[in-house]
Design a protein around this ligand. Sequence first.
Ligand SMILES: [Zn+2]
Length: 413
Amino acid sequence: MEKTLLKVNRERLLETIKISSSIGSSAHGGLHRLALSEADKNMRDIFVDWLKAEGLAVRIDDFGNIYGRRKGKKDNGPSVAIGSHLDTQPCGGKYDGILGVLTALEVIRVLNENDIETEYPVEIINFTNEEGARFAPPMLGSGGITGNFTKDFIYHIKDDEGISFEQALKDIGYMGDSENRLKNIKNFIELHIEQGPILHEQEKTIGVVQGIQGNDWYTVKVAGKTNHAGPTPMENRQDALVAASKMIVKVNEIANDIKGLKTTVGKMDVTPNVTNVIPGEVVFTIDIRHEDNELRSHAFERLKEQLSAIALISKVELTITTDWNSETTLFAPVVKDAVKEAVTELGYSSMELFSGPGHDAKYMAEVADTGMIFVPSVDGISHNEQELTLDDDIEKGANVLLYVVQKLAGTKK
Ligand SMILES: [Zn+2]
């Protein structure tokens, strides 16, 4: 490391973000830039121009992921990759993953104008369809190159209008070659907004992300007996909705006993859903999150016992099916340490935390030593036009990324 600390060009970075904010802008100050849409294409075109202007070798792979590679001294060696995604939710925010891509670009610009030669190459990435808003599930670009989804699966996913991922990719002119996929990388670093309220509430500037919380989804089916609301005495009922309601309270209350546990019932269907009929069947979902895999499954086992007891007393049948289990991702110490060192050297406030949502870094952690840098979301608002990260925090986050890249890619002595 050089003694004097390099810093990003705040005005240039904010101007770059301003240009991005004008592509696909929505009515109330946000962005509506769905993956592989016309707006996404326009953003990609400008982004590619920016990469080329910095002298980077640009590649597009068969998932439409965009890479710009900056040579290192050991050009055959593994690269340090930085980036995130430029797509947004419908009427989403201007910051989200966009900051991760545009701060990465600013890092490249600073390295270039200071003639910094790194030991290892640095690659900037824009991943396709991180949001999963147009093509579900999310994180298809990073999931594709890491083998979490097959090409066939991804290509056949259709949007609401029946347009396939493959077709949309061709339509906007970003169908690249599988040869161009990212390979041989040593690190991946993703800067992202927190999307939660913790940094803002704790008045910290930088989140040293420890990993991504594990997340399990279940479907609970409660079967009782449909009957007429008038003649059926209360003691004779097998009311699925009353039983389900007691269960949902338990789902909520278990989080009081286990620190950091988050439980959500976000969806419920009542059958027949008629005013004068006792509900015969209720189906609801449970979302459980905690960074400790063992604690999370232990919580679920306890919950299962409690729900079974309610089912027995309420004379209803209970069926629980697992929809999705995602283990906690732990980020690499080498990246977490570099972020901590950067924060200390730059004199910024920081705290360690886990990410609630998933990110491209989750898949990238399977193939490289990976980490994330969080910057605060004002009031924790995200996936919303009101999403806001302050200019000072953006600048500081970018400085941390710049430091971490120099540290991990190795600057010339
Ligand atoms: Zn994101």
